[in-house]
Write a protein that binds this ligand. Structure first.
Ligand code: RP5
Ligand code: MG
Ligand code: MG
Length: 282
């Protein structure tokens, strides 16, 4: 687990909620702290009638949630083992966040996401790999988006939907967020979809599974993700695709991997792992 570093939560549409200050060494639940954080659950979560959004079991004895289990509709297991349920709701295994309730998240406990990191080598006009002038290592590029909600650069990931497998979420989110080409004819569309399908079903490397230091996390609800890298070593398939922003993105583009780039949540950590895997510049 990484410590929650956020002091505010909110989106562009919703005002920021100020969290209680939790000093870094007081994040673990085992350390004593005079702590009375604000309870906050966004209106859209409270009013949602979607079957997939939890109802609060503390307000209704008929709501029974199978904590730490996969109830098929939703996998409530954490990658970090069994979490505690305290006063009727799960407790964030990574410690205090300065806020209770669900914030902007639909589930109590883990909210599962999947993040596809699609990479290629940066190449010059002669198709040779470009090396970084300082590190001397070859430069990787990944498909990057700018998020609509926070305006930050990010991997085009998204939430695992009802009954979906994380491996299917990777492809669906990549498609929705960066392959928005309304003008393609049917043949072109089919070719593109087939490329993506083949690679996403057969060619990925699992990079990470676990907690995300996401600005929406609270003491009772948090993000966890499965990260896969889909790499096109020889520039034969994925490297050739153009990207165009859709759904949750305002922009989509190929971007050089570099530790200096500011990124949403824990995404820089995921890219650092990908750079290490390929011995690329970071
Ligand atoms: C992050 O939020 C995950 O790493 C993933 O990229 C993303 C999923 O949430 P949405 O993009 O659907 O908002 O924690
Ligand atoms: Mg997304
Ligand atoms: Mg999305």
């Amino acid at each position: 687990c990484v410590h929650a570093k956020y002091t505010r939560t909110g989106t562009k549409e919703q005002p920021a909620i100020i969290r209680s200050i939790v000093p870094d060494d007081r994040v673990p639940w085992s350390t004593p702290l005079d702590y009375s954080p604000l309870e906050f659950t966004a209106e859209k979560v409270l009013k949602s009638t979607k079957e997939y959004v939890d109802r609060d079991p503390r307000n209704d004895p008929n709501v029974v949630i199978p904590w730490n289990q996969d109830d098929r509709l939703c996998d409530r297991r954490s990658y970090h083992g069994k979490y505690e349920v305290v006063r009727g709701v799960p407790q964030n295994p990574c410690g205090r966040t300065g806020l209770t309730g669900r914030g902007h998240l639909g589930h109590f406990g883990p909210n599962h996401a999947a993040d596809p990191i699609v990479t290629r080598w940066k190449r010059d006009q002669n198709n040779a790999r470009v090396r970084h002038p300082t590190s001397g290592q070859p430069i990787l590029q990944f498909v990057c988006i700018r998020r609509k909600d926070t305006d930050e650069f990010a991997i085009p990931g998204g939430m695992v939907e009802k009954k979906e497998r994380a491996t299917d979420t990777l492809r669906r989110e990549f498609h929705e967020e960066v392959l928005n080409f309304p003008d393609l004819d049917e043949n072109e569309r089919e070719t593109l979809m087939l490329t993506i399908k083949n690679i996403f079903e057969n060619g990925g490397t699992r990079i990470y599974c676990g907690y995300v230091d996401d600005p929406r996390n609270t003491d009772n609800s948090w993000m966890e993700t499965t990260v896969y890298n889909f790499h096109d070593e020889e520039a034969k398939h994925l490297a050739l695709i153009n990207v165009n922003a859709g759904s949750d993105a305002t922009d989509a583009f190929w971007q050089d991997l570099d530790s200096k780039m500011p990124l949403f949540a824990s995404h820089a950590d995921f890219l650092r792992r990908v750079a290490a895997l390929h011995n690329s510049h970071w």
